[in-house]
Write a protein that binds this ligand. Structure first.
Ligand code: AHR
Length: 499
């Protein structure tokens, strides 16, 4: 059977401008994200700074605009000063977040200069777990200060004259999570974030600040946390963070395919909480969302046991999830959700970039390759430009255990310089015929791409990724399926479980 869906597109109906920072990612000192991920001196492709060219090239191809650093949970016990200056004088430290020995070979300067060479906007996080206002201010001065004060002069002494001009700053990471080193309740964190943020704005008033929201919609403090934190920080911060990871649990494929609906509801609830605080204060300011960790993560099955693990050394292989075509369809659909919230979500980070729950994988001394999730991300980052369109979608629903009824088909579209990009997900197990009414826009088809879900378990390694790319990813013959020219309505058939 083929069910029917109708999508109405009009170029004048818009949601908001797509901020390029929506296509961000994340590099944490965790597992092999940094060492043997972006950085591996002696690798055949390494540049003179010890960074892998093959990984940097894939990062460019992925279309990543912004990268968050250095954590994640790691940041909550990090001493950034120990990882600047001459490398031979730096001492390793025991990172308690991942119980891993961090060699401090890559630090703030190495990361920021890598980002600069690769044309990536850095997003830095300060440690509000074990540390506070003084260290946050010092790090900001180190990064953005002009010559003539202590920390800016230290940067200059370390060989970097020009301030880095880092704009985006996270006030800690997941401070609501009991797993966080230096975890706090909402009042403690709200006060600390306000004090640190206010002091940071005195160093550089041009920065944008992100307050920690809930680390997932499943947290018992969700909602109340956002409200309390924003009561302390509303006038100061620009964004509140959201984190969410999705996975297929106990073979519940329908709920997993419906993850985008869970993300959609999460965004709407956080926006409503933020606006309620704003309304109470009679403020015209609109807090936006930094969705600075999102992805598919097989957390329940593959989480590395934390305290029970022996101390890890030498860039351990932890959280190296292997993705399938199904995971890639879900990633594509999560991007559809983010695009539909372009007005309130200007920043988002696919967590993470390389090796750790990542679209890019590497072998030490060996090759780098694209996981299946790479393809929908790269294609969306490339094609979703300009204004997000406010579509009208009428479709059937699918019953799921985890999220109740969810739409069978989701859609998002963008428009830039007369070019429309339309993103569709068919979450159902049957083909869907989509009737596309493009009012006021005659279409001429340029290109089409599709990912379909597989039914096999994902297997580690480049051969599996290649197999998925060959069998499930490829050009979608839109020209043969969408009538072009002045016709106002065209039709396209979507394969089951496809993006
Ligand atoms: O991305 C992996 C981890 O997930 C991050 O360190 C943390 O912020 C989140 O819990």
């Amino acid at each position: 059977t083929t069910s029917r869906t109708r999508v109405l597109l009009h170029p004048d109906f818009t949601v908001g401008t797509v901020d390029r920072r929506l296509f961000g990612s994340f590099v944490e000192h965790l597992g092999r994200a940094v060492y043997t991920g972006i950085h591996e001196p002696g690798h055949p492709t390494s540049d003179s700074h010890g960074f892998r060219r093959d990984v940097a090239d894939l990062t460019r191809e992925l279309g990543v605009t912004t990268v968050r650093y250095p954590g994640g949970n790691f940041v909550s016990n990090y001493r950034w000063e120990d990882a600047v200056g001459p490398v031979e004088q730096r001492k390793p430290f025991l990172d308690l977040a991942w119980r891993t020995v961090e060699p401090n070979v890559v630090g703030t300067d190495e990361f920021l200069q890598w980002a600069e060479r690769e044309g990536i906007e850095p997003m830095m996080a300060v440690n509000l777990g074990t540390r506070g206002v003084e260290e946050a201010v010092a790090l900001l001065e180190y990064c953005n200060g002009e010559a003539g004060t202590r920390w800016a002069d230290l940067r200059i002494a370390n060989g970097r004259e020009e301030p880095y001009g880092v704009k985006l700053w996270c006030l800690g990471n997941e401070m609501d999570g009991p797993w966080q080193i230096g975890h706090k309740d909402a009042h403690e964190y709200g006060k600390l974030a306000r004090n640190a943020g206010a002091a940071m704005k005195l160093v550089d008033p041009s920065i944008e600040l992100v307050a920690c929201g809930s680390s997932s919609m499943g947290m018992p403090t969700f909602g109340e946390w956002e409200r309390t934190v924003l009561e302390y920080t509303y006038d100061l911060v620009d964004h509140i963070s959201m984190h969410a990871y999705y996975e297929e649990i106990d073979g519940d494929r329908a709920s997993f395919l419906g993850s985008g609906t869970a993300m959609d509801r999460f965004i709407e609830r956080v926006v409503a909480s933020a606006d309620a605080v704003g309304a109470q204060r009679r403020s015209d300011k609109r807090i936006t969302i930094s969705f600075d960790e999102w992805n598919v993560w097989y957390l329940t099955t593959r989480f590395p046991g934390e305290a029970n693990l022996p101390i890890q050394k030498d860039a351990p292989r932890i959280i190296e999830d292997v993705y399938s075509g199904l995971d890639a369809v879900v990633v594509g659909d999560l991007l559809v959700t983010l695009l539909n919230h372009a007005d309130r979500v200007p920043v988002a980070c696919l967590a993470q970039l390389v090796n750790v729950i990542a679209p890019i994988m590497t072998e030490p001394g060996g090759e780098a390759w694209r996981q299946p999730t790479f393809h929908p991300f790269a294609t969306t980052a490339r094609l979703a430009q300009g204004e997000a369109l406010d579509l009208r979608v009428s479709t059937s629903t699918i019953a799921t255990k985890a999220h109740g009824e969810v739409p069978a088909v989701t859609a998002a579209a963008t428009l830039a310089d007369g070019a429309v990009a339309l993103f569709l997900t068919n979450r159902s197990a049957e083909p869907v015929e989509v009737e596309l009414a493009h009012l006021g826009a005659a279409l001429e088809v340029a290109e089409g791409w599709a990912m379909t879900a597989d039914h096999e378990a994902a297997v580690a390694g480049p051969e599996h990724a290649e197999k998925v790319a060959t069998e499930h990813w490829g050009e979608f013959d839109v020209a043969g399926r969408i009538a072009t020219g002045d016709r106002a309505t065209t039709k396209v058939t979507l394969a089951p479980e496809s993006w």
